[in-house]
Design a protein around this ligand. Structure first.
Ligand code: MN
Length: 648
């Protein structure tokens, strides 16, 4: 029909054109032709007019029909489609909503206050983004909020949300369980008792696993693998891994049996999960064992559970021997050795560094210790200036800028008394060589330095003790001067608060070895002398101590004075001697917007976990954190962590 009319139009147009051409070129006097032309033209005009009218009528008809149909669709969407629409006014009153909204809230909610209908939703409107999730009666909606128009659209995404939850719940989760220090713990028991303990631990773990539908298999002696969907891990976390406490009861008072676990969830393959779980177990052990470390793929933070006992001193000297051998090989393979401690190096960092430097020079390589003399605490200034009066010792030290110049790809960088990349004196050095060795007695945090050799043991009192422990195992005899032995001894004395805390039999052995190698108490006493300001600072801080939640002592410095970290730490040590106190916390400014917090515990409370919650770290009985903010904010944050802890 349409194409027919087009043809007609074309024919008429051609006739028309011929007529006009005739009018122009033919003889204009011939009346008949002119008459014919006029008739043709009039016919044409009429035809066109009729055509346009007809077309308009068709269009209007179609349009009328379409808008009717659009209305129909609109009504259907408003009334029947699973899409909720809600309009509210500036006071938060619902002015109109479609039937689907009534279905969601199971009643007509028009003319009611949104806050009264669902306060959660009302709060979400204030805070949330343009599109947010909202759950009601077991269903989940994606709500689109048009703030300016004051309209909410509810789209039921329960199926999708269920699927997402199912996906998360079913993520493959793989864990490794190891017995901490098992061989050492049981080595003095007869074989019958040893086997008995091993069987009891395996039984306890296996029944815990089957109780939670976790697949459990023994890999080899003292190592187990567990496999479960992620949903089960959630319940284990809800129980806070009470299995750890359970295992600890097996040994009773005398034999401390503990396990550590590393659990990886959501990795792309089982192999990746297994490798991840292995490194998580290492992290758990380096933090002292008796704990669970969990890492989910795509989530930055680690989760820690347990860690309630103090690490048990390992009596086994195999590790000292193996690590001494590895250190010697690394030294021999390198051009020279550069040793670096933590920022504001204390007696332990310096003592350990000197021991490690002495080992390197005895083996036949040059060794340097990084020290920036302008960056010292008041107390350590005395220590360092006393130390530098000895010419041989003074020749070890170089500024970090100098060390950077000297560094080659074939230098061995040794890190002492820390393993945190943010705490070393100058972390540019870390990127300048591939050969790094770490000697440390702190628990490993998540910001640890990747190293070729890492000898770390949180059960050892100090890094100086760790170094002394290795002295016997080098191919050459390591002799120390009186100054060197005395500085190493003062490191042990500082970190054990003069043999009051964290000591084991090995600590006294190390002290005896140093004494034998020439350490002198008078020299040590001179090194550990404190400036008078130190006593003023401690008096000021102690005076301001107050009891919090029965067992804690919190001392907050006045915000008029800056305090050295050593002063804050020493006061926390002092305050732990107060009767009935289980943990002490001292807070003071070191620099504007930089609050230092030192925490000490008698052992009943894990201050490491408390300081970790504030972004710091340390040991069960001795930990610290730095807080960016005001003193008042830091105290508030600390109190919140303590109150949270009390709830658990
Ligand atoms: Mn130390």
């Amino acid at each position: 029909m349409k194409s027919n009319r087009k043809k007609e139009l074309v024919i008429i147009a051609i006739i028309n054109a011929i007529a006009i051409a005739q009018m122009v070129f033919w003889d204009a006097n011939e009346l008949f032709i002119i008459g014919l032309m006029i008739v043709v033209t009039i016919f044409n005009g009429l035809y066109f007019a009729f055509y346009v009218r007809k077309k308009n009528a068709d269009f209007l008809q179609a349009k009328k029909q379409l808008s009717y149909r659009i209305d129909e669709v609109g009504n259907y969407v408003f009334e029947k489609m699973p899409l909720g629409i809600l309009l509210y006014d500036e006071t938060g009153k619902i002015v109109w909503s479609n039937p689907y909204i009534h279905k969601i809230f199971e009643r007509d909610i028009d003319n009611q206050d949104l806050a009264m209908v669902d306060n959660r939703l009302f709060e979400l409107l204030a805070n949330a983004k343009e599109i947010f999730e909202f759950s009601h009666n077991d269903l989940t909606y994606a709500v689109t909020h048009k703030k300016i128009e004051r309209v909410l659209y509810f789209d039921d995404i329960s199926d999708y949300a269920d699927l997402a939850q199912k996906y998360e719940d079913s993520q493959a989760t793989l864990g490794l369980i190891v017995l901490d220090n098992y061989d050492e713990v049981v080595k003095n028991l007869d074989e019958q008792a040893q086997n008995d303990y091993k069987r009891q631990i395996t039984d306890r773990l296996s029944s815990w696993a089957s109780e939670h539908s976790v697949m459990f298999r023994t890999l080899r002696d003292g190592r187990f693998i567990i496999l479960m969907p992620h949903k089960i891990l959630t319940t284990l976390c809800d129980n806070r891994f009470s299995i750890l406490d359970d295992i600890r009861t097996i040994g009773g008072e005398d034999v401390v049996l503990t396990v550590s676990m590393g659990i990886a969830s959501g990795y792309e393959s089982y192999l990746a999960s297994f490798n991840r779980a292995s490194s998580l177990v290492d992290l758990a052990l380096s933090r002292g064992g008796d704990q669970v470390v969990i890492k989910k793929s795509g989530v930055d933070d680690f989760q820690f559970y347990g860690g309630k006992t103090n690490p048990i001193a390992s009596q086994n000297r195999v590790r000292a021997r193996v690590n001494a051998g590895a250190y010697e090989r690394l030294i021999l393979d390198s051009d020279h050795v550069v040793i670096m401690g933590h920022k504001f190096p204390d007696a332990d960092a310096l003592g350990a560094s000197i021991g490690l430097a002495k080992i390197a020079t005895t083996i036949g390589k040059e060794a340097y210790i990084v020290l920036n003399k302008g960056e010292l605490d008041k107390a350590n200034e005395i220590f360092v200036s006393e130390m530098l009066t000895d010419e041989t010792l003074a020749s070890y030290f170089v500024a970090s800028t100098k060390a950077i110049e000297m560094m080659t790809k074939n230098s061995l960088l040794v890190i002492a008394d820390t393993q945190n990349r943010n705490l070393v004196i100058d972390n540019t050095l870390l990127g300048l060589t591939n050969k790094i060795a770490i000697f440390d007695h702190h628990r490993r945090g998540t910001e640890h330095i990747e190293a070729t050799l890492s000898y770390t043991d949180p059960s050892v009192s100090s890094t100086a003790e760790l170094v002394v422990d290795m002295l016997d195992y080098f191919s050459k005899r390591i002799d120390l001067s009186t100054a060197e032995a005395s500085i190493m001894l003062s490191g042990i004395m500082l970190d054990t608060r003069r043999f009051m805390y964290n000591t084991s039999k090995k600590t006294y052995d190390a002290a005896a070895i140093l004494k034998q190698k020439g350490a002198d108490e008078k020299y040590v006493a001179r090194l550990l002398k404190a400036p008078i300001e130190h006593y003023y600072a401690r008096a000021h801080l102690a005076e301001r101590a107050r009891i919090f939640a029965n067992h804690y002592l919190i001392a907050v410095a006045s915000d008029e004075y800056a305090f050295d970290r050593t002063e804050i730490a020493a006061t926390a040590d002092d305050l732990l001697n107060v009767q009935g106190v289980k943990a002490s916390f001292v807070l003071g400014f070191s620099a504007p917007n930089d609050v230092s917090i030192s925490a000490r515990s008698t052992g009943d409370i894990n201050v490491q976990l408390i300081m970790e919650a504030l972004g710091g770290g340390g040991h069960l009985t001795n930990a610290a954190a730095r807080f960016a903010g005001t003193l008042q904010e830091a105290v508030k944050a600390l109190e919140n962590v303590l109150l949270d802890l009390a709830k658990k």
